[in-house]
Write a new protein. Structure first.
Length: 151
């Protein structure tokens, strides 16, 4: 069964938060960034999510999660493509992300690995960047990645 892809709504926040925290990811700022979050749903249940934090011509792709029973399909790609389409619509030129285990997935979508110094200044204002740059144990576990959307 194919899950429906749509923009996130306020009532989705508890389910999005549950998806994100189940993967050990930070679920901060969901309400703040809700307008740039997407959800995959099966009926009343959110089975995937992805969001963007927009910083001018740059964005941070965050919280890309698919429920375990739906992995290995096209759900993750659908979520990322929706977020990237939103980024383009908002004139974003570069998208950054942090990942612990999905670097192969993101490479297949065109992202390349970058160090912390490869993140542009605007994105360095994000809570994620701040946490990774200040917590050595976290910095050792994550990879930074970037995608140039071009124009």
């Amino acid at each position: 069964m194919s899950a429906g892809l749509r923009r996130a709504r306020e009532e989705d926040i508890p389910q999005i938060e549950a998806l994100i925290t189940a993967e050990g990811l930070p679920a901060y700022g969901l309400a703040e960034y809700l307008e740039t979050f997407f959800v995959l749903d099966e009926g009343e249940r959110a089975v995937g999510c992805a969001g963007l934090e927009i910083y001018g011509e740059a964005a941070l792709l965050r919280s890309v999660v698919v429920a375990p029973e739906r992995r290995g399909r096209v759900d993750g790609r659908r979520l990322v493509e929706a977020a990237l389409a939103e980024a383009r619509e908002r004139s974003v030129r570069r998208v950054y992300l942090f990942t612990m285990h999905a670097d192969g997935f993101f490479r297949r979508l065109g992202f390349r690995e970058v160090g912390l110094d490869g993140f542009e200044e605007a994105v360095r204002a994000s809570r994620q960047y701040e946490a990774v740059s200040q917590i050595p144990q976290l910095r050792e576990r994550v990879k930074g990645m970037a995608l140039d959307l071009g124009r």
